[in-house]
Design a protein around this ligand. Structure first.
Ligand SMILES: [Zn+2]
Length: 130
């Protein structure tokens, strides 16, 4: 199970999966959290479709909402960074790739994209501070 798909139950602070509609530990109703996650999936998919069609602004709008709903989604941050790069915004792209690396430090796509946008090669020690 991907760590990015986990979050802390607001009632008992134990880690649970985004898709759970009830906390497996304390039984809290997590339906609204699951809906937020589903919305993030829909936004990500819409962003991906727009990016494939090279509708960069539309892709950016969907992906910003996707990462707002699920800020730990490294894949969404990488795609958002690539969209920024395509729009000629390398500094914003690097910021997105750094976000991705904060949640997935070993993500080779994020590392390569960060360096391709002018970022310095990141060492594991540098990633700890992100
Ligand atoms: Zn709980």
């Amino acid at each position: 199970m991907a760590e990015a798909a986990m979050y802390e139950c607001p009632c008992c602070d134990r880690r649970t999966h985004w898709h759970n509609t009830a906390c497996p530990y304390c039984g809290a109703d997590l339906a609204e959290c699951a809906l937020i996650d589903e919305a993030a999936d829909l936004r990500f998919n819409a962003g991906l479709a727009a990016a494939r069609d090279q509708h960069w602004l539309q892709a950016m709008q969907h992906l910003l909402l996707a990462v707002e709903g699920r800020p730990t989604d490294a894949g969404a941050w990488v795609l958002l960074g690539k969209v920024h790069a395509k729009m000629g915004l390398p500094a914003a792209a690097r910021a997105c790739f750094k976000e991705a690396l904060a949640y997935a430090p070993r993500d080779a796509r994020a590392q390569a994209a960060f360096v391709a946008c002018g970022g310095k090669q990141l060492t594991p020690d540098m990633l700890k501070g992100l």
